[in-house]
Design a protein around this ligand. Sequence first.
Ligand SMILES: C[S@@+](CC[C@H](N)C(=O)[O-])C[C@H]1O[C@@H](n2cnc3c(N)ncnc32)[C@H](O)[C@@H]1O
Length: 267
Amino acid sequence: MKKGKPEVESFFDQYAKDYNYDELPPGAMRFADDITWHFIVKYLPKNLNANILDAGAGEGYWAQKLIEIGYKNITLLDISQGMLNEANKRLSKLNVKTNIQFIKGDISNMKELEENKFDFVFSQYDAVSYCMKPKLAMKELARVAKKNTYIIVSLDSKFTRVIEFIEAEQISDLKKLLKTNISNEMGFPSYNLTWEELAECYEEAGVRVLEVVGAPVFMHLINEEISKKLESDPKIRGELLNIELENCTNKSLVNFAGHLQMIGKKE
Ligand SMILES: C[S@@+](CC[C@H](N)C(=O)[O-])C[C@H]1O[C@@H](n2cnc3c(N)ncnc32)[C@H](O)[C@@H]1O
């Protein structure tokens, strides 16, 4: 690890080239992606020229999906230059005329971005937790969004992590998480939230919570072999996804979901 860099930045710089997100095996993560994308699409602006911010954009997986459905103005911000380089490679291959910006920056202090700039703002999978300052990150996401803009954040939910720690027999890490919201299992700290705690960050940032989503709420609890077998039949896979979509906004399930996704609107 290079000295001076935050641990999370070094981790993703090293990991960037192997962060192969396109070849997900059947299982909970594929359901998570399908549910996530369903809610992103539901709230996207109608105007394909809208200014979109993908904060903690990683190697551009979501940006590619947006470009493929016609969006042209996308800013990808990430703390890891390695991840941004991979995103650049991925998006260059698409061969579409777009206006894409790559910015190395910190979601909790996006000084490179002016306020009221974006028509849609999202941060998928964990940057709001990894920055360790979720309240500041939410304020920043709200600051750069125009009024009435939808803001979507997703992260690992705190109570799902509790179960992972018990299964790994890591009781002292579990106690620390419950006391402080902090876990450290990838070699850098992460601030894990319940949906109620994330909703508080939204409200404090002046963003009204519209929907709370669990991604997925059932399929991450299913034995991998059984899940693989069921998913090999496209009809059953489709039915299971529909069941997830019908139940994923049930708040009594969300804190134990694989991921927590929240949709809000800047007031
Ligand atoms: C789990 S990856 C998700 C990447 C991408 N959003 C996706 O869904 O494929 C988390 C990303 O957050 C980035 N990240 C971590 N801390 C950050 C921070 N403080 N500011 C901006 N990005 C950060 C990491 O570099 C990494 O690319």
